[in-house]
Design a protein around this ligand. Structure first.
Ligand code: NDP
Ligand code: 2IT
Length: 445
């Protein structure tokens, strides 16, 4: 149970279950230390860190293909700005609500702290479903969304980027409208295409960074990298670039997935096929099921990849996509390492089971921080009116992921307890909490 000092109201667990889940994970890690820390308690730090600094909710009215007005709900959760401007992505998905955005914003605060960059944390989005929409509908929605939010944004204030349903196309439309209204071309939105201010490697950064973190884990545990079998879920930006980097490292990718089911590839994904899948997903916004049918590949309708024979699992789709029974399936399949590309894809009970069984487990706030770190690099390049070379960005991304890995190992108490297994959850949460706490305390109230 979380320490009573770090209480999570029952009403929150009922009304905002994802938010309560993220808070509970942090409370479990930090509880004992909090009880011993008079300064934190006197400052009422937990309450100050779990209450968003500001939340904006707004109506988005946009014209559909027949010119009829449609209405959606937009949000921005500005969670904590102690370390820097609010920073975090925008999600467009029909399931978006305040519980999901508050959990994502809470995670983002600590993830951003781990990058070592001056970034506060936030998250936003809308309950808009981009699936099946025309380009013009997407553009109309993005422009109307910015009309509702632009006053809150700015390079020193709040800097959104992409997340589920928001990729390079959407960022272009969002930035274009922001530039028109604000009257300036600044670094307010990251994830821009390189041609108009984006950073090289931002699209690849989360997936590549995840695999750099994974290889650091494997090296630290003296495990092989080459030929490891990797089950990946999702087939969006994070999943596909994670797959690409796995192939570069000589690993075998045995699955990709989406909300319809799983593409199973027991003999490993070939690089040529991955490039075709990228073309299908990123350019044509196609579906895996249709792709599998055209190419005569095995598609497991309605199934997740977690029963497939693999050494490593990288959940890269969405929250709570890996349940307690999926953890049983992973263990039965022989998985020894799990690293989260998505935000909170594993349920708490699944993490507990994996850790108990000796599986190395990396939480998203450490393992997927390469995306926001590269957004931070984009902000730096925009501020100095320069572009860094692809090699420079990749080197910084690798260094950042290695540094986050080292921080997690340092802050995990496995050595104190004479345990061999690093707890990356404990390391990431403790390191990040200490950093944010210090900044909040220093700035008074
Ligand atoms: P994309 O929109 O590019 O891809 C999302 C993928 O996840 C799609 O394959 C999608 O399938 C699948 N998916 C989404 N919702 C569900 C669901 N309810 N059930 C099953 N599958 C689902 O998003 P990203 O790749 O950018 O994001 C993936 C995850 O990574 C998210 O958790 C995001 O928060 C996290 N993340 C993203 C970062 C980034 O830089 N983009 C950075 C760090 C974390 P379908 O098409 O069927 O919906
Ligand atoms: O969850 C995340 O870290 C992101 N969606 C990326 C945020 C960002 O600002 O680049």
């Amino acid at each position: 149970m979380p320490d009573t000092l770090l209480s999570i109201p029952d009403s929150l667990a009922i009304q905002e279950p994802e938010c309560a889940q993220a808070l509970r994970e942090m409370a479990l890690t930090i509880g004992a230390e909090y009880r011993d820390n008079q300064a934190w308690q006197q400052a009422n730090l937990w309450q100050r860190l779990t209450e968003s600094e500001r939340i904006v909710q707004f109506r988005v009215v946009w014209a559909d293909r027949d010119g009829r007005p449609q209405v959606n709900r937009g949000y921005r959760v500005q969670m904590n700005g102690a370390l820097g401007p609010y920073k975090g992505g925008l999600r467009f998905h029909p399931t978006v609500n305040l519980s999901i955005l508050k959990f994502l914003a809470f995670e983002q605060v600590f993830k951003n702290a781990l990058t070592g960059l001056p970034l506060g944390g936030g998250k936003g989005g809308a309950d808009f479903d981009p699936k099946g929409k025309t380009d013009v509908e997407i553009m109309n929605f993005c422009r109307a969304f910015i009309d509702g939010l632009w006053r809150e944004l700015g390079p020193w204030r709040d800097v959104p980027a992409g997340d589920i349903g928001v990729g390079e196309r959407e960022i272009g439309f969002l930035f274009g409208r922001y530039r028109e209204i604000a009257g300036q071309h600044d670094g307010t939105i990251t994830g821009k295409a390189h041609g108009y201010g984006g950073s090289w490697l931002r699209p690849q950064a989360t997936g590549y960074g995840l695999v750099f973190f994974l290889t650091a884990m494997l090296r630290h545990a003296a495990m092989e990298i080459h030929n490891q079998r990797v089950a990946i879920s999702g087939s969006g930006q994070v999943a596909l670039y994670a797959a690409e980097q796995c192939l570069k490292q000589g690993m075998q990718v045995v699955s990709l997935s989406d909300s319809d089911g799983t593409l199973s590839m027991p003999n490993g994904l070939a690089d040529g096929l991955l490039q075709e899948i990228m073309e299908c997903k990123f350019r044509r916004h196609g579906r895996l099921r249709d792709f599998a049918e055209q190419k005569n590949l095995t598609f497991l309708t309605g199934k997740r990849p977690w029963g497939l024979k693999a050494d490593i699992a990288l959940p890269c789709a969405t929250q709570n996509e890996l349940s307690s029974s999926d953890a049983d399936a992973l263990l039965a399949a022989g998985v020894r390492v799990v690293a989260e590309g998505a935000n909170m894809p594993c349920e708490a009970e699944a993490i507990r089971k994996l850790h108990t069984a000796g599986v190395l487990f990396a939480p998203g706030k450490a393992a997927n921080a390469g995306g926001v770190a590269t957004s931070g690099f984009e902000m730096a390049q925009n501020a100095e009116h320069l572009f860094w070379s692809p090699g420079d960005v990749e080197r910084r991304l690798r260094e950042t992921m290695d540094a986050i890995h080292a921080t997690c190992v340092d802050y995990s108490r496995h050595a104190e307890r004479a345990e061999k297994q690093v707890s990356y959850v404990e390391g990431a949460n403790r390191a990040a909490f200490h950093k944010v706490a210090a900044a909040v305390l220093a700035q008074g109230y």
